[in-house]
Design a protein around this ligand. Structure first.
Ligand code: GAR
Length: 211
């Protein structure tokens, strides 16, 4: 099973969803490392409680030196024999160098139906725009922020009495379902014919699992 690093910056609920899925011996990936760019990320304790290796590379310690920050992360990833990366609430933008190095082997989950609402504050912006459907996207990471090839999406209704937190909770429930399935898809492709080429549509490179 390919060894996966989950990169977090905070709460880590998507990371926990991935950990739980991967406890099934039939799951095609192993979560081998949880890496945080913040020492105070709540998700670290949840990973430790689950017995998963953790590492912290403090982005704050690298003030403006993104290449240095990423080189330190790369060392941790190599030390743990990582084959795939899942960004899960990881709130740093990665350079083109790091992204290219992991091309086709790094996923991100984003709390909107891309290409709508890239960036931050997606739930507030969806409410302000008056959309009736919102949701989440798992995509391969490419150099443009929230722009890589889409692997999987889930939609939820926006209800008349929604506020940001109710809408966020409805989306998050779908994130926890979608991300393990999408990672399974990528891991299965890797075990077979290597990673999908950058830009490959998920469904063409390898059939997506049932959600
Ligand atoms: C999730 O909603 C994730 O989609 C979002 O942050 C939250 C992290 O929650 N990611 C982004 O906004 C990426 N730009 P979690 O730490 O509980 O998984």
């Amino acid at each position: 099973r390919p060894r996966v690093a989950v990169l977090i910056s905070g709460r880590g609920s998507n990371m926990v969803a991935l950990l739980e899925a991967a406890t099934d011996p039939g799951y095609p990936a192993e979560i081998a490392l949880v890496l945080s760019n913040r020492a105070d990320a709540a998700g670290l304790a949840r990973a430790e409680a689950a017995g998963v290796a953790t590492a912290v590379v403090e982005s704050r310690g690298f003030k403006g030196d993104r290449a240095g920050f990423e080189a330190a992360m790369q060392r941790e990833l190599e030390r743990h024999g990582i084959a795939l990366i899942a960004l899960a609430g990881f709130m740093r933008v990665l350079t083109e160098g790091f992204v290219s190095r992991w091309s086709g082997r790094m996923l991100n989950i984003h709390p909107s139906i891309l290409p709508s609402f890239p960036g931050l504050d997606t739930h507030a912006r969806a409410l302000a725009a008056g959309v009736k459907l919102h949701g989440c996207t798992v995509h391969l990471v490419s150099p443009g922020v929230d722009e890589g090839p889409i692997v999987a999406q889930a939609a939820v209704p926006v209800l008349p009495d929604d506020d940001e937190s109710r809408l966020a909770a409805r989306v998050l429930e779908q994130e926890h379902r979608l991300y393990p399935a999408a990672l399974a898809w990528l891991a299965t492709g890797l075990a077979g014919n290597g990673p999908p080429p950058p830009g490959a549509s998920g469904s063409l490179a390898n059939p997506l699992p049932r959600f």
